[in-house]
Ligand binder design. Structure first.
Ligand code: CP3
Length: 363
């Protein structure tokens, strides 16, 4: 196991502990609907502040976006959790808010406070957004994926991602992560046509972005709809389901073989709506749903990803072990990808992640 390097070295990969000649990567086998005795594992937000080696390189860039747009940093941050824990998949180090940034909205990340955007208030500010993302601005993301292809061990899959239109729009309207995402929900009620135009812009931009990520080396892509659960049922179809279906269809039109993971967080009772979208190979489950209920709602062949409570990972000890066993047993009959129900929290002890991986691999 290698720990932090003094400098992100070009081309410094990770050596594999398993034979690279393996027929298929376990993560991709699960996405193909294959049940495995030991499920593949990766964690949302597996890179980032809970890792001392991340904090060390993060402070070498002036801003978070500059860090994301510097391939040497982004490659290194992507590889750090793979070196430490040997996860079955690496997720591109970037952020969902690079899309508003590339559309010309002002985006900044304040340390300890989260994202700050110049809010979209009316037709005027929407009109100032570009028709399509500035691909030069996003070029470092594709360069990062390209470099990762050769830096990863042969059995580790590479995941790209974007935010779902609703979740990205909620930050663009409020200018920040607002309680209940109330500003975006109000905007959608009051100015549905304008909101639909924003969603449409995001569907097109995100589809083109994912197509380019797949061309650059991503083997699967995840759509993060972190705030899906805040939409009431009457709005859910229009702002969550339909835009994701559109986005998936547009990606598949260009890349018919694209493997897509949908993560509509908080959408427990509506999960069935994502199951038969052609191209959705797996559904990410949040902490709120019992494995049994998820299996009933989603009879397959879609793979299920999730759903350990990130706080059980912070707590460690018996709470962690019990949580892991519940997830393993609960999804044992299905093609399953072990993950959390949401991202790794910054206060998570590294040893707890080691314990988690060891327990999943004991199987
Ligand atoms: O999963 C990974 O390891 C890859 C990297 C990744 C980041 N953000 C890095 C990041 C991914 C996949 C994301 C997705 C993302 N970004 C989501 C969807 C997933 C989720 O957590 O719900 C959302 C909603 C965002 C928007 C965002 N970015 C917020 C709200 C914040 C501030 C809060 C926070 O968690 O820090 C960010 C900043 C951010 N994105 C950081 C990292 C490592 C922290 C910034 C820093 O290190 O300085």
């Amino acid at each position: 196991m290698r720990h932090s390097m003094s400098k992100p070295e070009e081309g410094a990969g990770v050596s594999s502990t398993q034979p690279a000649s393996r027929a298929r990567k376990p993560f991709l086998a699960a996405l193909a609907g294959e049940r495995q005795a030991r499920p593949p594992i990766w964690l949302m937000r597996q890179a980032g502040r809970y890792l001392p080696e991340y904090r060390e390189i993060r402070c070498r860039a002036a801003t978070f976006l500059e860090f994301c747009y510097t391939p040497a940093f982004a490659v290194e941050a992507t590889l750090q959790p793979i070196r430490r824990f040997g996860f079955d998949a690496a997720i591109l180090f970037s952020d969902i808010l690079v899309i508003p940034d590339a559309l010309g909205q002002t985006v900044a990340f304040e340390t300890g406070e989260g994202p700050r955007l110049e809010p979209i208030a009316d037709a005027g500010s929407l009109g100032r957004l570009a028709e399509e993302p500035d691909w030069n601005r996003l070029a470092p993301v594709f360069e990062t994926l390209d470099r990762l292809k050769s830096a990863l061990p042969g059995d580790v899959a590479l995941i790209g991602f974007c935010g779902a239109p609703w979740t990205v729009a909620s930050y663009m309207i409020a200018g920040r992560g607002a309680p209940e995402q109330a500003p975006a929900r109000l905007f959608a009620y009051r100015q549905p046509k304008l909101f639909a135009a924003l969603i449409e812009r995001l569907v097109d931009a995100s589809a083109a972005y994912l197509v380019r990520q797949l061309a650059a080396g991503a083997e699967a892509v995840q759509i993060f709809d972190s705030w899906a659960g805040l939409l009431p049922p009457s709005e859910f179809e229009r702002w969550c389901v339909a835009p994701i279906a559109d986005l998936v269809a547009k990606v598949r039109a260009k890349r018919p073989d694209a493997r897509i993971i949908a993560f509509p967080r908080g959408a427990a009772t509506q999960l069935g709506k994502f199951e038969h979208m052609p191209g959705v190979a797996a559904i990410g489950l949040d902490t709120s749903i019992e494995p049994r209920a998820a299996i009933e709602a989603l009879p397959g062949p879609v793979a299920l990803q999730g759903n350990l409570d990130p706080l059980a990972l912070v707590a460690g000890d018996a709470a962690l072990d019990r949580g892991v066993d519940r997830v393993l047993e609960g999804f044992g009959t299905r093609a399953h990808i072990f993950n959390l129900g949401h991202g790794v929290l910054p206060e998570t002890p590294v040893e707890h992640v080691e314990r988690l991986v060891a327990r999943v691999r004991e199987r």
